[in-house]
Design a binder for this molecule. Sequence first.
Ligand code: NAD
Length: 367
Amino acid sequence: MKVNAAVATAPKTDLEIRELELDAPRPDEVTVRLVASGVCHTDAIVRDQWYPTPLPAVLGHEGSGVVEAVGTDVVDLAVGDKVVLAPASCGVCENCIAGHPQYCVDFYNLNFGGARTDGSKMFTDSAGEPVSSNFFGQSSFATRTNVRARNAVKVDDDAPLEKLGPLGCGIMTGSGAVLNVLKPGPGESIAIFGTGAVGLSGMMGAVAAGATTIIMVDIVPSRLEFAKELGATHVVNSKEVDPVEAIREITGGKGVQYALDTTGVPPVFSQMTKSLALRGHGALVGAAKLGTEAPFDIGTLLTSGINVSMVVEGDAVPREYIPKLVSMYEKGLFPFDKLVKTYAFEDINQAFADSESGTTIKPVVVY
Ligand code: NAD
């Protein structure tokens, strides 16, 4: 069938909206009519080829929509189901079986390879040339797409589908790193570096978990102000003060029990490790170019007993975790929609630009 899709053609170049042909769903896939898709920093860095998904490609990986057709082997989704799309995982490797599909042994190929595992691409252009697909198992910058049923998460019929796409990546990443990996408890302390969609979702997770010292660090004053409105107990502008010293001062010299780096900036990673209390736990979710190294003071930190985790997609099992986030949102415990600004699909490049400049925290294009 014919679809309209935003095609990434070259680094640092606007996406082009083109008419493409979408093939039929395979037996294990469903065809989804997209209602909306979030725009994530990761779309921009793949457009810019930090990760080598072959271009031209249909990117987009925070889709939400309605199932329009089901493959012959699909037993758990039906036409008309509302779904949020999540990253792809194989479902059969040891990590998938152990409940950690974000560390699927085939994660990179399934999510960044630009094709199905058999090498086929689901989109072709008007000249009959294939266009890379299956980005994060979905390529949601298209009016319709095919996804494996495994990475489509059914949500309630009355769920606000237009807002929910980012639950499949950015919001899941920040909140999951906090709720599934760091696990701060009531009365505990956390510092989060970066107040974008990922950092603020982590912050909302910390608020929901009952943490009572929540320190947000950034270099953009307006973002720090916004973080305060949403529940930060302290904010630190690391352009103006040394964040490690500021965090130690706020915590009476001890450091924080938990910390999250959402920036992927090497010196920030070092700051995060140095701001932890004895036996603290820090996590990195910010993406950096392949090969990026960060200084880590093994001399001083050896005796600190700290843990540092690298976390993908909140280490979440999407079919279990996304409905929990929807439920927390409906109860007013997780107001992630305050981060969202919607754009018409035609304005997708403006959405990218506003994300990059920081004027919009979580752009969502609506079809
Ligand atoms: P964003 O650009 O909206 O937010 C990043 C924030 O970091 C900004 O507010 C920026 O001002 C701040 N920042 C930059 N340099 C800083 C510094 N030196 N000190 C303090 N703050 C600084 O991005 P986002 O959407 O929140 O995503 C954050 C990161 O997470 C991106 O790198 C994205 O690619 C990555 N990501 C990772 C996963 C994963 O699975 N690990 C999933 C989704 C996104």
